[in-house]
Design a protein around this ligand. Structure first.
Ligand code: THU
Length: 159
């Protein structure tokens, strides 16, 4: 028998200590969360992607009366980017959430497993790590460089 231990690494950093570009990315995910369509959960998630050329792509959760038909903010942004079939890489993704009263969450919003799997796919395709920035109300940011820190074991289709 053999046991395997996998370490992950995160940094906790205040918004003001991030680079100007990363601060802009956080601002973008906050703005994206305003336009979420979340009448069922009242949980308005915003995601923003930083592309290598400096472009920022936004996404927010889009809910549906048939619950499973909705989609998370991260995948809305990622699939929008994917639909361009661009060969540019994603440098970072920022994520936050607010309630219906415009209050951002006191805790970091960790992406769901499905979104992490999709992020892993993009990271695998571009062969460059994606930085994940999670924002909470006190303006502290949890940062992980590489999706493997959040999803150490990714599903890979090997036939
Ligand atoms: N949601 C996201 O947008 N991203 C996640 O990573 C997890 C959850 C959304 C889905 C749903 O609209 C709401 O948050 C409550 O689960």
């Amino acid at each position: 028998m053999k046991q395997i231990k996998i370490d992950t690494l995160f940094t906790s950093i205040h918004l003001s200590e991030l680079s100007e570009q990363e601060q802009i990315l956080i601002k973008a995910c906050k703005e994206a969360s305003i336009n979420a369509y979340a009448p069922y959960s009242n949980f308005h998630v915003g995601a923003s992607l930083l592309i290598e050329d400096g472009e920022i792509i936004l996404g927010n959760n889009q809910e549906n009366a048939a619950f499973p038909s909705g989609l998370c903010a991260e995948r809305v942004a990622l699939f929008h980017f994917g639909s361009r079939n661009s060969n540019k890489s994603i440098k970072a993704i920022a994520i936050c959430a607010q309630n219906s009263n415009g209050k951002f969450t006191d805790d970091f919003i960790v992406p769901c497993g499905g979104c992490l799997q999709v992020m892993s796919e993009f990271q695998m395709k571009q062969k460059e790590k994606i930085k994940v920035l999670l924002y909470r109300a006190d303006e502290e940011v949890m940062l992980g460089v590489g999706i493997e820190n959040f999803l150490p074991l990714q599903f890979i289709l090997k036939k």
